[in-house]
Write a protein that binds this ligand. Sequence first.
Ligand SMILES: N[C@@H](CCC(=O)N[C@@H](CS)C(=O)NCC(=O)O)C(=O)O
Length: 213
Amino acid sequence: MKLYIYEGCPFCVRARMIFGLKNLPVELVILQQDDDLPVKLVGKKTVPILETDHGQVMPESLDIVSYVDGLSGQPLLTDQVRPAVQAWADKMGYVFQLYIPRSVELNLPEHQSPSAKRYYIESKTERFGDFAGLMAQTPELVAQVDQDLAELEGLMLGQGSLNQGLSLEDILVFPTLRSLTAVKGLSFPAKLQAYVEDMSKRTGVALFSGQAI
Ligand SMILES: N[C@@H](CCC(=O)N[C@@H](CS)C(=O)NCC(=O)O)C(=O)O
């Protein structure tokens, strides 16, 4: 199977997680940000896209997770999501305001060609505002994240998982935490820090901690 992704895309992290957690092989294909292959494959400019060995193509991260989890024998994830965790995931959209201006500085493979980087900056500036302005909001946003991380830690019931075992909650939450590792000066509460590091190892999704900005 092939998974078309951008390295920095949190929705792609969802799809990568299920392969890593189930220890299933997958060929990761990292597209340039301005590649229109997704339009050819699924009719819209989006990643992740899964291409099965039979040539079936599937967009939508959560559909991919559910398909892959159902593939071999016993599903790994329970699909229970506690309302408080869903509410937490829903309100964290503002993390993009911290992550997007930093992501262009992370040497991500999807920004390798000058036209890809230009496309990313132009399309995200149009949607989120100019990057210098976003960076200037860092102190207020980090203060909000600090509160929200403390709340999330209070919802942790497991060690390698948010609920007592692996569930859809991990798929909804870990990608946001991974994006936050790109933010310098932000510290995760101890239990969450251990969770993020463990999940990174188990899924093969690298964190940005070493290059935080
Ligand atoms: N609902 C979709 C959302 C996917 C999504 O928004 N992906 C972004 C990248 S993070 C994207 O492909 N944007 C278009 C582009 O950047 O070319 C899913 O969960 O798979």
